[in-house]
Design a protein around this ligand. Sequence first.
Ligand code: SF4
Length: 243
Amino acid sequence: MRIAEIYSSLQGEGRLTGVPSALVRTSGCNLRCWFCDTPFTSWRPEGEDQDVSEILSVVENLKTTPGPWLAKMPAGESATLQHVILTGGEPMLHAELIPLTEQFRQRGWHITIETSGTLYLPVICDLMSISPKLASSTPINAGAWTTRHERDRNEPAVIRRLLEEYDYQLKFVIDSETDCTDVENWLREFAPIPPDRVWLMPQGVEPGELAQRSAWLIPYCERQGFHFCPRKHIEWFGPGRGT
Ligand code: SF4
């Protein structure tokens, strides 16, 4: 499968925030969110094909290659790499994800898959981290991609299957207060979903815009019983690649 980058860092979002993790970032996506923070996997996909054994070898080697994230570890916390995050792009585009997850399971890794929830594969996964794409994610004036994104961004049958078969968390990117209404409608469609499975993160990569949206999003999350998701990796390392 085409791989954009493999590296180690701390998980910056969701339930496992702060956990040392190996990240395998696949390249290629079936959607084109206008705010995509990894355009090198979607709008302008980069990377080379690597087979399962190559990916496993690179990830296993990360265990003995300390990264800059070590300096951010709280004193007394284990820095051992036991978690792997399969992310993208859209990792569920790649059928090789099935044998890859089997191999990670055999080697004892905790497996998180980060997906938009539009494609299904019978993978092995400890945490399905689903980031449904709201109407506000659709790119304007992007030719065929505007139509295609809007057509494919919501696949209810896939969402239901992922929610039934896996431990999950839901992460929504919030650009404006209108998106909060869309989240509430989305949750009603797939009810019952406990609010503590829901993480709302402000759209943006610059500290100023994140702070601006956080100012109203944090109290909204508190009222609804949702988690606010502050995108800690940007705070720790900035918006660059490989972090
Ligand atoms: S689904 Fe994710 S990787 Fe694909 S375009 Fe949207 S934000 Fe980017």
